[in-house]
Design a protein around this ligand. Structure first.
Ligand SMILES: *Cc1c(COP(=O)(O)O)cnc(C)c1O
Length: 412
């Protein structure tokens, strides 16, 4: 347990001799293992396992849990998660290449995302994964490629519903969107499936991301499932699955409350029963990215310089926006807030706090990891830890901006 009140919203990590630890070893040891030591993302194997186990305990057993690879596509992470979830959702050929190297069956890998190229569609067909079709045009292209290859495509339709997920960090449905086929057009597209070399699999509805309110999540899941049931009446074959999205977020900022997992689970049990009453064999899929990996990752960088400017202290590190765009508030956030940040190797009982700004080496004022936080008194050479960094960190950052070395990643 980290004995610092300001980190109330982060999960418990071990502290060994006043230093944050992961995998039974201090992060200093992990960080300084090599001689040139660029910043490091550490991912906690035990916490990933525990998070998935917790979700599975809360959800009814008939609900399938998929991992959205986009949240953290590191090969070792995806491979590890692949052993504990039921399926993987990918959104590019690159992610698909990683997914097919896991032990997840091809029928449980689905490929969503607008603008799939002919090459990507062909790759999906060759690998026999499910394609979540995002437009009528994409369906025709997929069917044409399938004909040429003499194969049948496994097709689900991604639906853009008329509703949205309320109170979400990012809304991905409702109104005009580049994602999915507008719900009102789905019956027409379903009639087009007949005669094409495709096998209808089901529907995919994804409304939004980073939501902490169980009520809002449950409401969106109810509406998504009802929509799937309604649209199934127009389907050419019984649906094999309904992927009703996810959107469960993690707490980042003071005052953020954890999602009430038990109520999401209880609600899922209710609505799944209803769906199975109508379609006894249908699988209900929930896809989660951030909720599975977000809390298991810590980003570490080293203090290179300390300076005082007009009364404010700046810790200048070798890491920042180029490695961790989201922590600087530049990845879709409306208002910049501090991620939980501390000095990893100053967590002993005799810690004295000071008020600091933590910045990176880039020549832009956007390169701000923490603004006016209370952190243990530090020195040059110490390690800054940014928590809640397992999702949308490494892969969602502009590594080549300003030409510094990229960060390292380790699953421990
Ligand atoms: C981004 C995305 C996800 C993952 O969202 P999280 O907020 O990380 O859980 C799941 N499904 C689709 C279709 C997505 O685009």
């Amino acid at each position: 347990m980290i004995g610092l009140a300001l980190h109330a919203q982060i999960p418990d990590f071990e502290v060994i001799d006043g230093c944050l630890a992961m995998g039974g070893r201090s992060v200093m040891d992990w960080y300084f293992e090599t001689h040139d030591c660029p910043p490091l993302y550490l991912y906690d194997h035990a916490m990933l396992t525990e998070r998935v186990a917790e979700i599975k305990r809360a959800f009814p057993p008939v609900v399938k849990l998929h991992y959205a690879v986009k949240a953290n596509p590191m090969r070792e992470v995806v491979q590890m998660i692949g052993t504990v979830v039921d399926g993987l959702d990918v959104a590019s050929a690159g992610e698909l290449a990683i997914a097919i190297q896991t032990n997840v069956p091809r029928s449980e890998i689905s490929f969503a995302g607008p603008g799939k190229t002919d090459l990507e569609l062909r790759y999906a067909l060759e690998q026999d994964v499910v394609v979540n079709v995002e437009s009528a045009n994409e369906l025709s292209r997929l069917a044409a490629i399938a004909s040429k290859l003499g194969k049948r495509a496994k097709v689900a339709l991604r639906v853009n519903p008329a509703f949205e997920l309320k109170n979400s960090g990012m809304r991905m449905s409702g109104g005009p969107k580049q994602f999915g086929i507008d719900a009102e057009r789905i019956p027409e597209v379903l009639t087009e499936l007949v005669g094409l070399p495709v096998d209808f699999q089901g529907f995919h509805v994804f409304c939004g991301s980073q939501n902490l309110r169980a009520e809002a999540i449950c409401e969106a899941q109810t509406k998504s499932l009802e929509l799937c049931l309604e649209l199934s009446e127009h389907a050419p074959a019984p649906p094999r699955f309904f992927n009703i999205g996810g959107g469960m977020g993690i707490p980042y900022f003071p005052g953020d409350q954890r999602v009430d997992l038990a109520s999401v689970g209880a609600h899922l049990a209710d609505i799944v029963d209803r769906a199975r009453g109508l379609h006894p064999l249908v699988e209900i899929v929930v896809e989660l990215g951030r909720y599975i990996v977000g809390e298991a990752g810590v980003y570490l960088c080293q203090i290179i310089d300390r300076k005082v400017s007009r009364g404010e202290t700046f810790l200048i590190t070798n890491g920042g926006l180029h490695h961790h765009l989201a922590a600087t508030g530049n990845f879709g956030q409306v208002i910049r807030k501090n991620y939980p940040v501390t000095i990893a190797n100053r967590l002993g009982p005799d810690t004295v706090l000071e008020r600091v700004n933590v910045v990176g080496p880039l020549c832009t004022p956007l390169d701000l990891l923490a603004q006016s936080i209370e952190a243990p008194r530090s020195e040059v050479g110490d390690l800054v830890a940014v928590f809640q960094s397992g999702a949308y960190g490494y892969s969602a950052s502009p590594h080549s901006f300003l030409g510094h070395p990229p960060p390292r990643q380790l699953l421990v």
